[in-house]
Structures are given as C-alpha cells and as structure tokens.
Design a protein around this ligand. Structure first.
Ligand SMILES: Cc1cc2nc3c(=O)[nH]c(=O)nc-3n(C[C@H](O)[C@H](O)[C@H](O)COP(=O)(O)OP(=O)(O)OC[C@H]3O[C@@H](n4cnc5c(N)ncnc54)[C@H](O)[C@@H]3O)c2cc1C
Length: 432
C-alpha cells in the first residue's frame, strides 16, 4: 500500500487526490491535510460570496473526500505542527498544495497607513476567514479605491458597491454584510497601471457591473484605442473590452459610481495618520507594452484602499522558495516532494486550471512509484501518533460535515449558511 500526503485542501489538493485515486485505485491511501478543520481553501475563503454557482464545485471535492481511499485531516499546520521532513518519513510522497495566501506589496510610500488593506485580507473578512475577522475596514468615508485590474479587484469593487438586497442568496458573513450596509461609500475607483487592452478581467465579472442596483460603472472613452484595435484581441479579452466600452452608454443615475481609471500608477499614499488619498502618475504604454510614467500626477481621494495586485505562497521551513512560490520543475521540488496549484505556479488561472496541474503531478508520482510496490511507510497512523505526542488533535471529514450542518442551520433567511469566523466556534461545533 502506498501512502500520500497532500498539504492543502483547496482545488489543487482535491484534484491531485482525485488523480492519485484514479492512478492507484485501492493500492494507495491519500490524506488531504489542512491547517483548518474546514476544507476547500479559496473556494470557501476567496471566491466571492455572491457567486454561489462557482462555490458549488466543492460538491465534486466532497465526492473525492467521501471515497474509500481518501481522508481529510484538518487542524494541522505543516511547518508548525509537523515538518515536511517528518511527513516524508510517514508518506511515499508529499504534495504541497498550500496556495498563495499573502498579498503582494505595492512597494510605495504610505502603503502601511491604516486604511490600506490587501485584497486577501478584505476578501477573507467578507468570506469569514478567521485571520481577518477583526479587519474592520474603514467604510465611513465616501471614497474607496481598488488597485489592480484583475477579477479579484472587480470582486472587491462589486462587493463594496452592492446593496444588502443584492447579497440575498450569498453566504457573505453577517459582520461584513452589516458593515457594508452601513457604509457611506459613493465612489470606488479601480486603478490600473495600463489600459483597457491589458486588463485581466473576464466578461462574466465585467458584465455584472452593468446591472447593479445602486452603482454604475464609469469609463473614460479617451482611454480606449480606436474600436478597430480590438479586432486582433483574443476573443475573451475582446468581449471584456467591448463590455467596458459599453459602460459609456449607461445612464449615470445611480447613487454609487465605480470609476475605471486606466493608465494610472500609484506612486504614494498620503494622509494624516491614515490613508486619505493616493497620488497617481499618469502612464502610457512603452514599445514593449509596459507602463511608462509621464511625470503628470494627480490625486485620487480614498479612505479605504484595497490592493489587488497578486499573491505569494507562505514559505515552509526547508522547502526551497523563490519569494513567490516553491521552487519546482514541472511540479517536482525534490525527492518525493511536489507542489501543485498556486504553490506550484503562482496565483494565476481559474479553479479549473488546477486540475491539469494535479493530474500531471499524480502521473509523475505514479511513474516513479508504481502501484503494487511498497516502501513500508505507514501513512496517517504514524502521523497521528506524532501529533498526539505533541498535543495536537486533528479533525476529520465527519467533523467538517458537523461544522457545515451547524453553519447551514445558523443561516439567516435567504442565505445558504452563516459561516463561523472563529476557530474555537468550529471546535465547539464538533464538541471540543
Ligand atoms: C479573491 C479570489 C477570488 C477568486 N475567484 C475565482 C473565481 O470566481 N473563479 C475561479 O475560477 N477562480 C477564482 N479564484 C482562483 C481560485 O480560487 C484558485 O485558482 C484556487 O483556489 C487555487 O487553488 P489552490 O489549491 O492552489 O490554493 P487554495 O485554494 O488557496 O488552497 C490552499 C489550502 O492550503 C491550506 N494551507 C495553506 N498552508 C498550509 C499549511 N502550512 N499547512 C496546512 N494547510 C495549509 C489552506 O488552508 C488552503 O485550504 C479566486 C481567487 C481569489 C484569491
């Protein structure tokens, strides 16, 4: 019997478990470990709460977790509670699927002022991530800004702009819903260093902005090249740019505005003890398509500034790390050690992009350690004994189902669940 440990229960971890199960059948046991007793990584803590259909992908992961050869072991943090070297003693291979949970920094003066928050923090706050339950983002001002031109920036801007009514059916946590409902925001500026042809926003996410109850998206037509220039764009991007262009036809008759400010590079954040404004330099594209400052600057008022410019992985002791992700070649980090998902390739692609990643690594493992052979490693048994000796009590998949049932039972009307936002509440729900 082969034993495999996958560290991280997000999409990459689950697709890898699925692939290993297919490759080995009943010749292997796969343990999916997570620092939390609740699985699914960014499906729970990242994907927007008003995009429930996307979150439904977790049903597929449930099937994997329920299959005979796979176990979920929660409440264990690798690198803190147990080292990777120790895991390698118990398992034939260890696959790191730990994602990329840290916000990249802007690297400009003033970004540490109160009022400047990373998108991982802000998204975690409204999605019930326990590390960010107390974020309390300042929502009392009339102006906010989101820095970045990808879908995460759009998620943040949309969540700031929706009405309480528009969150019906979502699983936004109650504390965030109440705070957003009481917000004084009138203008959310979305800043991008380059232009409409360089966005990483997808049509579905952009399309939604044209139909918000209380907010209207605003663009400056002068930021756009002639419409013929859209022709050679890749079809998805062309659709996004067409949607953006269409925003100029919308009547600006709603109380809130979402202003797309292109060719705008933040150079400094200023304020009296807290963020009040961003100083922005106007840019143009150079020959290589990069943003080049023009020297012209202006101010964008904002008492809440959300940076959505990318993420990096958490380093784990003794695992080679390049500052953003684990150093790997096609997913292989070293002998019997692999990475998948965002920990392997950095924060890009959709949920589905993690599937080929997991399958590729599972194929490599199966080629190196064929089914039927055995190196005598004991898997979860040894791990659990070690954890027990350290006073750590792991949780299992049944514990998660109990937590989920309680969250579902606690749901406010019209919402599928009310997530617990404190780890001790998770543990209380399973009688600890
Ligand atoms: C705000 C946001 C919105 C998104 N929206 C969409 C969307 O609408 N559609 C879409 O297709 N994609 C979306 N994505 C992208 C998608 O979420 C990612 O592609 C996917 O989650 C990456 O999967 P992963 O398994 O690599 O990482 P993650 O989902 O981050 O999972 C990592 C897991 O590892 C665990 N972990 C981390 N460190 C340790 C440790 N030391 N020990 C034990 N466990 C650990 C974490 O708790 C977590 O469960 C979004 C991403 C973000 C950030």
């Amino acid at each position: 019997m082969r034993h495999f440990a996958i560290v991280g229960s997000g999409p990459a971890g689950f697709y890898t478990a699925e692939a290993l199960e297919k490759a080995y059948g009943d010749q292997a046991r796969v343990d999916i470990l997570d620092r939390f007793p609740v699985p699914y990584g960014l499906i729970r803590f990242g994907v927007a709460p008003d995009h429930q259909s996307l979150k439904a992908v977790s049903k597929r992961y449930d099937k994997v977790a329920e299959s005979a050869g796979v176990d979920f072991i929660g409440n264990v943090s690798i690198g803190r509670d147990v080292s990777v070297a120790e895991l390698l003693d118990f398992y034939d291979a260890v696959i790191l699927a730990t994602g990329a949970p840290h916000d990249r920094k802007l690297g400009i003066p003033g970004e540490d002022l109160p009022g400047v928050v990373g998108s991982a923090e802000f998204v975690g706050w409204y999605n019930g991530h326990p590390d960010f339950a107390d974020l309390n983002p300042p929502l009392g001002g009339t102006h906010a800004a989101v820095i970045g031109n990808g879908n995460v920036a759009l998620d943040c801007a949309r969540i700031l702009s929706k009405t309480r009514h528009e969150f019906e059916g979502s699983d936004i946590v109650g504390h965030a819903l109440d705070a957003l409902d009481g917000s004084a925001l009138k203008t959310v500026t979305i800043l991008g260093r380059r232009g409409p042809h360089q966005i990483a926003m997808t049509p579905k996410e952009l399309g939604e902005l044209g139909h918000l109850e209380a907010a209207v998206p605003i663009i400056q037509t002068a930021d756009f090249p002639p419409v013929e220039a859209d022709e050679p764009l890749e079809p998805g991007l062309r659709k996004s740019v067409t949607l953006l262009r269409g925003f100029s036809d919308l009547p600006a008759d709603k109380p809130k505005r979402m202003v797309f400010d292109f060719f705008a590079k933040p150079v400094r954040i200023e304020g009296d003890g807290r963020a009040e404004r961003i100083i922005v330099e106007r840019t143009e594209l150079d020959e290589k398509g990069a943003a080049r400052g023009t020297g012209e600057t202006y101010e964008v008022p904002a008492s809440l500034i959300i940076t959505a410019i990318g993420y990096s992985t958490s380093p784990i002791p003794d695992v080679p790390f390049d500052g953003g992700k684990f150093v790997n070649e096609a997913g292989r980090i070293g002998d019997r050690l692999y990475a998948v998902g965002w920990a392997r390739r950095g924060p890009s692609g959709t949920i589905g992009t993690n599937r080929p990643d997991g399958y590729e690594v599972a194929d490599q493992i199966a080629a190196a350690r064929p089914a039927g052979s055995d190196e005598g490693r004991g898997g979860a048994e040894g791990l659990k004994a070690l954890l027990g000796s350290r006073g750590i009590m792991p949780t299992d998949y049944d514990d998660w189902r109990k937590i989920e049932e309680t969250e579902n039972a606690n749901a406010r009307p019209g919402s599928p669940r009310e997530k617990f936002v404190r780890p001790d509440h998770w543990l209380q729900a399973i009688g600890r």
